[in-house]
Design a protein around this ligand. Structure first.
Ligand SMILES: [Zn+2]
Length: 108
């Protein structure tokens, strides 16, 4: 579960954000909302959280706002290949973000 306002992640069963009292939604609902109402777009998908964190750090370095969404509950880690981690950026930043990610991949 995730707070749509402050993006805090909660375990399954929690229904209201402890910080801002907002009703929580599932990660899927939150992603749907971002894509359809706030013009975010997924630009990167991985099963490795360090990879998603690295992408986010690089985007931040270029002053591109990003959101990392993990479909896997951190308290109940599944096997690695079942985890889906997506990095989303605003549609306006999509081209720049893709360039940064392809630069990272080239360096490796
Ligand atoms: Zn909140």
């Amino acid at each position: 579960m995730i707070c749509p306002k402050c993006e805090a992640e909660y375990v399954e069963g929690v229904t209201v954000c402890a910080d801002c009292n907002t009703e929580l939604v599932t990660v899927e609902e939150f992603e749907h909302h971002l894509i359809h109402h706030d013009d975010w777009t997924p630009i990167f998908q991985t099963s490795l959280s360090y990879e998603a964190d690295m992408i986010k750090a690089n985007l931040e370095g270029a002053e591109i706002e990003s959101i990392v969404l993990s479909q896997n509950d951190k308290n109940f880690p599944a096997t690695g290949d079942l985890t889906v981690i997506k990095v989303l950026v605003k549609k306006n930043d999509e081209e720049d973000a893709k360039q940064i990610i392809s630069d990272i991949n080239t360096e490796q």
